[in-house]
Ligand binder design. Sequence first.
Ligand SMILES: [Zn+2]
Length: 488
Amino acid sequence: MIPSLTVTRSAPASPAGLDPTRALAFIRRRWEEDVVPALVEYIGIPAKSPLFDPGWQEHGQLDRAVALVEDWWRARPVDGLRVEVVRLPGRTPVLLADVPGQSDETVLLYGHLDKQPEMTGWAEGLGPWTAVRRGDRLYGRGAADDGYAAFAALTAVEALAVARVPRARALILIESGEESGSPDLPAYVEALADRLGTPGLIVCLDSGCGNYEQLWATTSLRGIVGGLLTVEVLTEGVHSGAASGIVPSSVRILRRLLSRLEDERTGEILSPEFHVEIPPARLAQARAAAAALGSAIWSRFPVVPGMRPAPVDPAELLLNGTWRPALAVTGAAGLPAPEDAGNVLRPRTSLKLSLRLPPTADAARATGRLKEILEADPPSGARVTFVPQPAGGGWEAPAMSPWLLGSVGLASTTYFGGPVMFSGEGGSIPFMSLLGQRFPRAQFLITGVLGPESNAHGPNEFLHLPTGARLTACVAQVLADHHRATAG
Ligand SMILES: [Zn+2]
């Protein structure tokens, strides 16, 4: 059972509208009887994104996940539903569910089924490819990020069909390369341009939520730039007793280079080129979200005892994680494992840098600037190279139309019992900026189930099942309201 689902609004919004009690009861049953069993099967498939499984075509795991969703979709009793797997040569497949509606408008619903790799640190009894249900939580890799989306999206459409509530045409697009940066999507968007049409509403189900008590709409995504920074000081390693103090170590030079980029005491990125002015509306929303979240902004992370946040103000923390640049060192080379490390002044060290950017920063320019800052005037004349990775732009959602603002507000109080919250996300969804550029007049609802402790990408990832069902109901509500607002 999915426990503690209650509806706080019992009467339908209009005679033709969705009856929340019945809609939620239907969705809850669908989740329990059909969605959860499918997700249990899905968790068992190690459908790692191509970046983490370069042999994905021979291994066939992505195809297994595609087949699971395809079969599940085809079995849904939805009138007019057309299911298709599209495969461009050499690219990861895309799943389409096309459900005709009662108007010419199109709503595009997006999610992905490729997964992050295993990661270590799973708790006793849990593992990436084994579904374990404990209370409200379904543990295992990929159910929350983002396997649930394919099932939730069609369930929302089905709920409207059962209730005979009109809606626009619904086109569900599920890709299988998101965790690799969606490298194949631009080609699919081109190839499927006629099928996509011009969506008036885009619903993305691959985002986060600040808690499980209200509906969260993502207003912005950060961009990302990065690459490999290498410092070479010697042509071969030498006895550290002989050379240290005479030859500068590559790590010391790296420290100086990183200090050009960030203040090591605060983590602040120093160069103004990586910052943007935060729009006043987003500042106000961040303050509201910070008030709702409080210390959870910090405590949702598995920090070791004794750790404390740098800025204490929750709103500032939230803005640091959504509208300000921040650096992470995600990998290193040139360092032996400690048990193999002799007293050697090593010839070189490489660090993989990942710099998150504010939503509206120019990622291509930022990459160029990063290279300039790191490579200029190398300390002690060391050989310094920075090899950038392809940059990913961030994105800020367009302002919501009054109908959508009203719809998400009512959906949140109806199905969650709390007011809707708006917040930026610290991560990136490359497809959203692509769609934003391509469909500048579209409205966006970007939401998801990645809430406290859900730990996508890390160990012990789980899907909060009541949130999955409630979110499905919210999406159904928004589709109904979209039709009412646009069908004249
Ligand atoms: Zn995702």
